[in-house]
Ligand binder design. Structure first.
Ligand code: ADP
Ligand code: MG
Length: 729
């Protein structure tokens, strides 16, 4: 067998589970031990400093320099007690991962020794050399300064021996270069808009937090197999590989029992997560072999986003110890399920009420309906932006294929809520309601809590589904920084809530009673947003046809999807809400295109190399064996017998040559197309061309390579096969 593949398989077969001891104490006793949370702050900070941080968290009030020094000093003492030697500002650049630059705590002292030092200014602001982070032209390279600034609303934590301080990352001229800055702005924006709407129902509400609970899907693969697949380690997905004779047909992996090796890995990353205050609750097998999911309890969105980024880092690190590689790519394997990251999203008031959860009285239910319908309307009005917010090269392979929500945005709310919305649409009129009509409506609305109790007709095929007390944005990719979809979602819903309040106020100014005004506006929205609602099977071709009839977009390629960032409706939305300026939006659009281009470019190169340097030579080797065999038969047999005995081999020799010729031609064409595209300066055109003229070669080339995989002697095939990657563990 090919030496690399054989060695990899041997390594896997000899693996022993890496035992992980369960902690001796209950989880609650060490949960958050590496987080500088309120309890630790109380212990390590003066009262004044503590109060300032709390004010900064709750009300966004600035912390002055003197107090910052005190906070820094307390934070440092705590971190050193937790064995930290270094500190870093930890931020979310637009490249998608997280970034950190570690500095040691100590400073040389005057007397020649060293001193542990960490001042307020180091806590509050830093100037990392930002020239290598994507900026979409916002920051010229020669002016390499961007700065990071402390975000007190997400607590600092110690990971390894480093104190990590969550920060925003902005250019010297103040433009956001990260995900966190606009995320915080969007949270602020929706908070204000939602509070204003809550005030129509409940005067006690002063703050609304967005809640987010993400479900993280991922694949595991043994390190040795991973390292034997250049396509996996260079691009995150397999570019070639024939389907395994058995994969997920039997669904026998879903919720199945988890092997020891995997269990210990999960146990360890969960323990590490708990220390960091990440409240992981569930773990299970997914549908595809070697695919898994974990999910925490939901949290305030900013914290939840940070926790997801932290978790991915922790998983990656822990996996090494267990000889696994975690695949966060949306579609590592062709032909079986990809991985997503469902974003469960809702809003919660400072009075403890979930705004997407119905209440006990008609009044609270009317509030619930208002938030529900406004969300549906927002998704309807900005479907293309939401689609763009989750558009990445990896997700493109997943959406619309094998158990993934399609690239068509639609909203599922369940049959019972649909019927309530239908009633509202029918019963509400613009004239003054009679007492009877009011009673009927109240009855309809009063029914809501019971019906949601058994909201069992969960639709798994919808990209955006209401699931009883929250919406679940399912089209998000597994590797994504979830801040990206959250920024768009918060902003579109916030914007819609502002509009709702205006519309209701306008009617009330014309002496329409409050309840009736709300009903009338909701009715209008129900009608206007009707076409985005879809209760059927989102995976079928019927829906594609139906969606087209309804005039919904179905944008399956990334460059086209990303255009939604620059439409009039998007720019107005972000400028008015002050979440992103036009320049920032443009920069983001640019960066997304740039990343897309680079990824396709890399895939094209890797595929070319694999095919020319590995596949073709292997195939020729096998073909030579056949030729030798044929020549040998010719030597020892008469023509008649020979013709009979050698026909299969000769046929195979021919088939191999045919595939090789096609592959060779396609690869050459692809390289020409790539080179031509690379000459383009305009990034929009370049991305377009990559999508239309380069990427389509991938599947064409793969088709023939995968055919050859079936023909060539298994013992010389150079790469671990699908069955080996999916079933050995
Ligand atoms: P599923 O049945 O979809 O697999 P789970 O119950 O495992 O869902 O997880 C759903 C996620 O939704 C969890 O992270 C959970 O905390 C989260 N969730 C529940 N309620 C809310 C809410 N009000 N806001 C945001 N997320 C929520
Ligand atoms: Mg879910």
């Amino acid at each position: 067998m090919s030496a690399i593949r054989l060695k990899a398989l041997e390594e896997v077969l000899n693996r022993k589970p890496v035992w992980v001891e369960l902690p001796a104490v209950k989880t609650s006793e060490y949960f958050g031990m590496n987080v500088f949370d309120k309890n630790k702050m109380q212990e390590y900070l003066s009262r004044e400093a503590y109060e300032s941080v709390v004010q900064a968290i709750n009300k966004g009030i600035r912390i002055d320099r003197k107090v910052a020094n005190q906070v820094a000093s307390g934070m440092k003492s705590w971190a050193i007690d937790r064995s930290a030697t270094h500190y870093t500002h930890w931020f979310h650049p637009l490249s998608g991962s997280t970034a950190e630059k570690h500095d040691a705590f100590f400073e040389p002292a005057d007397n020649g020794g060293v001193l542990e030092n960490f001042q307020g200014e180091m806590l509050v602001q830093q100037e990392p050399d930002a020239s290598s982070f994507p900026s979409g032209g916002l920051r010229n390279t020669f002016e390499a300064r961007g700065y990071t600034a402390w975000d007190p609303s997400s607590p600092a934590f110690v990971y390894g021996n480093t104190l990590c301080i969550p920060t925003i990352f902005v250019s010297y001229t103040g433009e956001a270069l990260d995900y966190k800055t606009p995320l915080l702005k969007s949270l602020n924006f929706i908070d204000k808009a939602a509070v204003d709407v809550c005030q129509l129902f409940d005067k006690d509400v002063n703050k609304v937090n967005v809640t987010l609970g993400w479900e993280q899907e991922y694949f595991l693969i043994d390190n040795a197999l991973f390292n034997a697949r250049p396509d996996l380690y260079l691009t995150g997905r397999t570019l070639i590989g024939h389907a395994s004779a058995k994969d997920q047909q039997l669904s026998d992996h879903y919720f199945g029992s988890i092997s020891d090796r995997v269990t210990f890995f999960m146990r360890e990353f969960e323990i590490e997560s708990y220390k960091l205050g990440i409240p992981i609750k569930t773990r299970h097998n997914e549908v595809a072999p070697n695919q898994f999911e974990c999910a925490p309890r939901y949290e305030e969105a900013n914290l939840a986003v940070d926790h997801n980024q932290m978790l991915m880092t922790v998983m990656d690190k822990v996996a090494k110890k267990h000889n696994f590689k975690v695949l966060f790519h949306e579609k590592p394997y062709k032909g079986i399920n990809g991985s997503g990251k469902h974003n469960n999203w809702s809003m919660q008031t400072d009075t403890g009420k979930n705004l997407l959860s119905p209440g006990k009285t008609p009044k609270t239910n009317l509030q619930f309906l208002s938030f529900l319908i406004n969300t549906v309307k927002a998704v309807h009005d900005h479907a293309d932006l939401l689609r763009a917010s989750i558009a990445t090269a990896g997700n493109e392979y997943r959406l619309g294929a094998h158990e993934a929500p399609p690239a068509i945005m639609s909203v599922f709310i369940g049959s019972q809520l649909t019927s309530i919305l239908d009633q509202l649409e029918k019963r509400v009129t613009s004239k003054k309601m009679t007492p009877d009509e009011k009673t009927e409506l109240k009855l309809d609305i009063g029914k809501i809590p019971e019906i949601l109790m058994d909201n069992t007709d969960r639709n798994r095929t919808s990209p955006f589904a209401f699931t009883g007390n929250r919406f679940e944005f399912r089209a998000v990719g597994s590797s994504a920084n979830v801040a990206a979809p959250m920024i768009s979602l918060n902003t579109v819903v916030g914007n819609q809530l502002v509009q709702f309040k205006k519309d209701v106020d306008a009617l009330m100014d014309r002496n329409v009673k409050k309840d009736e005004a709300i009903f009338q506006v909701l009715k209008k929205y129900i009608i206007e947003s009707k076409k985005i609602r879809f209760e059927g099977n989102g995976y079928g071709q019927d829906w594609v046809n139906e969606a087209e009839k309804r005039g919904l977009s179905n944008i399956s390629n990334i460059p086209d999807a990303l255009k939604a960032f620059m439409t009039k409706s998007t720019t107005n939305l972000f400028i008015e809400s002050q979440v992103l300026s036009e320049r920032e939006l443009e920069a983001r659009y640019d960066i997304r295109l740039e990343i897309y281009v680079k990824r396709v470019q890399i895939e094209a190169r890797v595929l070319g190399d694999l095919v020319r340097n590995h596949v073709i030579p292997t195939v020729i080797k096998y073909q030579n064996v056949l030729i030798q065999n044929v020549l040998g038969l010719k030597d020892i047999y008469s023509k008649d017998v020979f013709d009979q005995l050698a026909s299969t081999q000769i046929e195979t020799i021919k088939t191999i040559s045919e595939h090789m010729t096609v592959i060779k031609n396609l690869v050459e064409e692809m390289i020409v197309a790539r080179k031509k595209t690379n000459e383009l300066d305009n990034i929009i055109r370049k991305a377009d061309e990559y999508s239309k003229n380069v990427a389509p070669y991938f599947d064409k080339i793969r088709y023939h390579v995968d055919k050859l995989e079936l023909i060539v002697d298994d013992s010389i095939w150079p790469f671990p096969k699908y069955r080996e990657m999916l079933f050995t563990r």
